[in-house]
Structure formats: C-alpha cells, structure tokens
Design a protein around this ligand. Structure first.
Ligand SMILES: [Zn+2]
Length: 328
C-alpha cells in the first residue's frame, strides 16, 4: 500500500492501529523480523493480550491507559513493545503523531521545519524539535555502510554565514572567485554516479588533508574514478584513485564528456533551497543531522514515500538519543 496523508490517516484511526502499522513496518507484515531486544532471540514471541475493556487498551503501572501492544520473548521471558530500544522509547507523544511526522519528513522534498510540526500537531516547540532530530538520527546511514566504489563526484560548498552573503558568492563560479567565504561552514558531498547515493559531511576547513581524510573514509579509492573541479586540494589524493578527471570551472568548463560535478551541484542547490526556505537557520552544531536527512532523502529519491518511511522505521532501533532536557 502506498500512503498519502489521507490514506495514512485512514489506516491509523486509533493509537492501537498506529502500533500495528509500526509493528508491520518495522518487523514486516508477518512480523518475521521481530527479535528480542534483550537476548536477541528470533524464535518465538507471545502477544500479551490486554485484559478486559475493548481488548486493545490496558492500564500501565502508573494507572494510565495505554494501547501499546506488548510481546513476550519465549526464551528469556522479557517483555517488550515495538518501541523498546528505538528512537520512540519513552515518548509521551502518540505513535499516530510520530507516524505522521515521519511520513511528512519522508515525503516533502525540502523537509519540514520543527515550527511546522509544532503548529500542525499541537506540540510544544521543544517536543517538535526533539522529534524531528530523532527522526534525522534514524535517517543517518548505517555506521557499517560499505565504502562507495565506482565513479564518484566530489564537490564542496559553503552553508550559512552572514545573511548579506547568503545569495551569490557561495560557489566559486568563475575566475577570481574566492573559495572561502567568511563565516560559512564547508560541506563536502560525494555522489556515487551509478547508485545516486550521496554522502555529505561538514569539513572544518577545505584542504588537501581534510578532503583526503573525508574521502578515504567513504570511498574505495583504488577502485574508483574521481570527478572534481580543479580545486588543488583534490590533486594529491586524485592520484591515488584509478583515475581523476577534472572540469575546469576557472575556464568556464562545466561538463566535458561524462565528466562534471553537476550531480553534486544539483544536490547542493536542493540543500540550500531547503535550508534557506524551510529551516531558515541551522547552526553548525546541528548541520550534520540536517545533512543526514538530505543525504537520506536524496539517496532514496527513486523510492516511493512509503518505502522511504519504511526504511527510516527500520533504522529506528539503536538510534535512541539522549538529549539534555529529557524525552519528547
Ligand atoms: Zn529474549
């Protein structure tokens, strides 16, 4: 089933429905992906049916009503729910709301600001902020994701800075343009030309050394071809690649044969549009999380919104974040 906002609203009319949808998205429709968060067993789980009432609601230890579905591990008797050990753990926000917010973040090209989430879902600013950042945490690529290999475009851009510098001058577009506008944060993006995957990160400065460190930790250098502009920082590292092709922006050359940095530039323009238009101001401290969100959405751009949502939900385990100030 492909969701839209109305289709999702129809599917999760109650909190109990939302738990079931979350279970199906995380563990599969047949729940075959279920595993015990305590002992890791995948053998057998018992559903603990709520006693009395309508069969979906039970009382918690504190006496409040909840529709959270509980499961029990056949091996270690540990009880858990679909929230245990995930970004949702301990949340006071309904799972219905979480699912809507995840869908919105997965389906809007420019992202959704915490402000919008706060207004639309009647949340406090702090709660909306925590939720969006936790979802970004789930969007981060797996820590053990392999190295990129193939034809890799590398390019860097500058984000933020003084408002009067915001438009124009952020990219070296021709002869004589400065590479380092003041007050801005450098971002390196690597685009795998065959898979479309993008990996971005903040760079402290753009030098041969920082570029090398960033690129070698993401790319199988010896088995890849590197496409860049003529920035001297790439030169030394480029020699370690199978091949290094450059376009000379200083000579107004943007594409030569299949060599260009256009893929990275397409990503950057989308990123900047969104940071300017949707999020307005992103601090350097939080920028990596926004990059994770944009990398995720861009890398999965050929998937449906529903599939993109399913993948995020699959990555919610073990991404639990402890923010100062408690739990959203
Ligand atoms: Zn167990």
């Amino acid at each position: 089933m492909e969701f839209s906002i109305p289709a999702l609203a129809n599917k999760i009319q109650t909190e109990a429905d939302a738990y079931i949808l979350l279970e199906h998205m995380r563990w599969g429709d047949d729940l075959s992906g279920q595993s015990c968060p305590k002992c890791g067993s995948v053998r057998k789980f018992y559903f603990i049916k709520p006693k009395g009432g309508d069969g979906t609601t039970r009382k918690t230890n504190r006496g409040t009503a909840t529709q959270r579905r509980r499961w029990k591990c056949a091996d270690c008797r540990h009880q858990f729910s679909v929230l245990t050990g995930t970004i949702f753990h301990g949340t006071k926000v309904s799972i219905r709301t979480w699912l809507f917010v995840i869908f919105e973040m997965c389906s809007s090209k420019n992202g959704v600001s915490a402000r919008e989430i706060e207004r639309k879902y009647g949340l406090t600013p702090k709660t909306a902020w925590f939720m969006t950042h936790r979802i970004r945490e789930a969007m981060k690529r797996e820590p053990m994701a392999g190295l990129l290999a193939g034809t890799i475009t590398a390019d860097e851009t500058y984000i933020g800075g003084k408002p009067r510098n915001k438009h124009g001058g952020t990219r070296p577009v021709g002869p004589g343009r400065s590479r380092r506008p003041d007050n801005k944060t450098a971002v390196l993006s690597l685009v795998d030309r065959s898979t479309g995957e993008v990996r971005s990160r903040v760079l402290p400065t753009v030098t041969g050394g920082t570029l090398k460190e960033a690129i070698t930790s993401e790319v199988d250098v010896a088995n890849s071809t590197l496409h860049t502009d003529e920035h001297s920082g790439y030169r030394k590292l480029g020699a370690e690649f199978k091949a290094h092709e450059t376009v000379r922006h200083s000579a107004w050359e943007y594409v030569r044969g299949d060599v260009s940095t256009n893929h990275a530039e397409g990503y950057f323009s989308q990123l900047k549009r969104s940071l300017d238009g949707t999020h307005h101001h992103v601090s350097r401290e939080h920028l990596p999380r926004y990059l994770a969100e944009f990398d995720y959405r861009y890398s999965t751009r050929d998937l449906s919104d529903t599939e993109r949502m399913r993948r995020v939900i699959n990555q919610t385990q073990g991404r639990r974040l402890r923010y100062q100030g408690g739990i959203a």
